[in-house]
Design a protein around this ligand. Structure first.
Ligand code: HEC
Ligand code: HEC
Length: 427
C-alpha cells in the first residue's frame, strides 16, 4: 500500500480517538451530575453527541483516503489519462487559404504514454540496458553500438547495419535522437511506439541475436545491480520481464532529444541564429514543397510515402527499387547532416545528393545540368497537378543543405555528454 494511505489512515484513527476521548470527557465533566440529568440521561446524550463526532471523523478519513487513491474507484487507464491533458497539435498553415507554412520548434520534453510515465530511475535503467553489450548473443553488440549517440549522432555511419558475427542487415540505421517524437518507427513504419520497437533488435538474428525471451528475463533477474535498478524504477513488486525492459529503454530514449538547434533557437525568436544561406534554404524548403512530407516540429509527418514517386536516373544509380517495399516512412530531418549515408538502403553518401534525389524523385523538380526527366503524368495531368517549376540550381541545393545543417542539435554540435537530454528532462 502507498505511504500516503498510511498517513491518511493515521489521521482518521487520531480523529476517532479524539472523538471517543471527547465522549468520555463529556460524560465525566460537561454532563456531570450538576447538570440535573439522571445517569441514564447523561449516557444517552453523550452517546448521541459522541457517535456524531466519531461518524464525522470516519467520513473525513474515508474522503481523504479516496482522494489519495482515486484509481481504486475509477479504472486506472481513465484515471491516469485524466492527468495528461495533451495540447492540440499546432496548425501547420496559418490559414488553409493563405497556405503560409508555420515553422515549429521541437518541444523541450518528449511525451510519454499513459502506461509508461517517465521517471529518472526508469531512464537511468534504460540507459544501462541501451549500452549493455551482454544483451547480445555474442556479447559484443549493444544498442549503442549501432546507435552511437555522439560519434554518429545516434546512427552508425554505415550504409547498412552490422550486427552480431559481423552480419550485415538489409537497411540503413536511423538515428535514435528524437525517435521519441516519431508516431511510427522503422523505415517501413511497422512499430507504433518506442516500447513496441525496443524488443525487435534484441531478438533479430542479424542484430543482437538473442534466442529465448525467458532466458533474457532470467539473466536480468539474476543480476543484482539490475534487480536493484528495476525495483527503483518500477517498484519492488513489479516483475522483471520483457514489458518492463522495453519500458525502461523507451523512457531512456525519451531523453534523447535535441530541442535546441540553430533552427529551433531561430523559431523561438533568436535573431541571427541562422546564416543568410540557411535562411534562403529555409524559405526554399517550404516554397518547393519539402514541407509536404517533412512537416511539423520533427520534420516528418509520420506517413508512409511512395519513394521514389517519380522515375529518375537516380533509381538505377542508387538501386532504389531493390526491395519489394515501395513505401517508406518519411524520416525526420533533424541531425540529418550528421547521419550520412542516406535513405533506407544507405546508398547515397552526401546530403547534397540526397537533396537532389528528393527534389527530383519526390517533387519532380528539374535539376540544373541534368537531362529532363521522362514525364510520369500526361501533360494534362501535369497542368492540373503543379505549375511548371524552374530547375533547381546548385546554389539552391547548397542553400537547402545549409538549412538542413541548422537542424543539428546544439548538444551534438558541441559534443556535450550523452546525458544532456537526461539532465534536461525534468520529472
Ligand atoms: C545491428 C545494429 C542495431 C542494433 C544492435 C540496434 N539497432 Fe536499432 N535500428 C537498426 C536498424 C538497421 C534500424 C532500422 C530497421 C528497419 O527500419 O527495418 C533500427 C531502428 C531503430 C529505431 C527506430 C528509429 C526510427 O526512426 O524509426 C529505434 C528507436 C531503435 N532502432 C532503437 C534500438 C534499441 C533500443 C536497440 C537495443 C535494444 C537497438 N536499436 C539495437 C540497427 C540496430
Ligand atoms: C512526397 C513526400 C516527400 C517530399 C515532398 C520530400 N521528401 Fe524527403 N523523404 C521522403 C521519404 C519517404 C524519405 C525516405 C526515403 C527512403 O529512404 O526510402 C525521405 C528522405 C529524405 C532524406 C534522407 C533522410 C535520411 O535520413 O536518410 C532527406 C535528406 C530528405 N528526404 C530531404 C528532403 C528535401 C530537402 C525535400 C525537398 C526538396 C524533400 N525531402 C521532399 C519523403 C519526401
Amino acid at each position: 500500500m502507498h505511504n500516503n494511505t498510511f498517513h491518511l489512515l493515521g489521521i482518521g484513527l487520531i480523529c476517532v480517538i479524539i472523538g471517543a476521548g471527547l465522549l468520555l470527557a463529556m460524560v465525566g465533566r460537561e454532563l456531570a451530575p450538576g447538570g440535573g440529568l439522571t445517569a441514564r440521561g447523561r449516557w444517552l446524550l453523550a452517546t448521541g453527541l459522541g457517535t456524531g463526532v466519531i461518524a464525522f471523523a470516519a467520513k473525513l478519513a474515508l474522503i481523504l483516503f479516496i482522494l489519495a487513491r482515486p484509481q481504486w474507484l475509477v479504472a486506472p487507464s481513465i484515471a491516469l489519462a485524466n492527468h495528461r491533458v495533451e495540447p492540440p497539435p499546432p496548425a501547420l498553415y496559418d490559414t488553409p487559404a493563405s497556405g503560409r507554412y508555420v515553422w515549429q520548434a521541437l518541444p523541450l520534453q518528449a511525451p510519454s504514454p499513459a502506461e509508461n510515465p517517465w521517471s529518472t530511475a526508469k531512464a537511468a535503467l534504460g540507459e544501462r540496458l541501451f549500452h549493455d553489450r551482454r544483451l547480445s548473443a555474442d556479447g559484443r553488440v549493444a544498442c549503442a553500438d549501432c546507435h552511437a549517440l555522439q560519434r554518429h549522432a545516434g546512427a552508425d555511419g554505415r550504409p547498412r547495419a552490422i550486427g552480431i558475427h559481423q552480419q550485415q542487415g538489409p537497411r540503413n540505421t536511423p538515428t535514435v535522437w528524437n525517435a521519441a517524437f516519431a508516431p511510427a518507427l522503422f523505415w517501413d513504419a511497422r512499430a507504433d511506439s518506442l516500447e513496441a520497437q525496443a524488443l525487435g533488435p534484441l531478438f533479430n538474428p542479424k542484430e543482437m541475436g538473442l534466442g529465448d525471451p525467458a532466458e533474457l528475463e532470467q539473466w536480468v533477474r539474476d543480476d543484482g545491480d539490475y534487480r536493484r535498478e528495476f525495483a527503483a524504477a518500477f517498484g519492488p513488486q513489479s516483475p522483471i520481464d520483457l514489458v518492463h525492459i522495453a519500458r525502461a529503454i523507451a523512457a531512456y530514449e525519451r531523453t534523447l532529444i535535441t530541442p535546441q538547434s540553430p533552427y529551433d533557437r531561430f523559431v523561438r525568436g533568436e535573431q541571427g541564429a541562422l546564416t543568410p544561406a540557411q535562411l534562403r534554404g529555409m524559405a526554399l524548403f517550404a516554397e518547393v514543397g519539402c514541407v509536404q512530407c517533412h512537416s511539423g516540429a520533427n520534420f516528418s509527418d509520420g506517413t508512409r510515402r511512395l519513394f521514389p514517386a517519380n522515375p529518375t536516373p537516380f533509381d538505377a544509380r542508387y538501386r532504389l527499387h531493390e526491395e519489394a517495399n515501395r513505401t517508406w516512412r518519411v524520416p525526420s530531418l533533424r541531425n540529418v547532416a550528421r547521419t550520412a549515408p542516406y535513405f533506407h538502403n544507405g546508398a547515397v553518401a552526401t546530403l547534397e545528393e540526397a537533396v537532389r534525389v528528393m527534389a527530383s524523385a519526390q517533387l519532380a523538380l528539374p535539376l540544373a545540368g541534368q537531362a529532363p526527366q521522362p514525364p510520369l503524368w500526361s501533360e494534362a495531368e501535369q497542368a492540373l497537378a503543379a505549375p511548371a517549376r524552374a530547375p533547381l540550381d546548385d546554389a539552391q541545393v547548397a542553400d537547402l543543405v545549409a538549412f538542413l545543417h541548422a537542424l543539428t542539435g546544439d548538444a551534438l554540435q558541441s559534443g556535450e555528454s550523452e546525458l544532456v537530454g537526461l539532465a534536461r528532462h525534468q520529472e
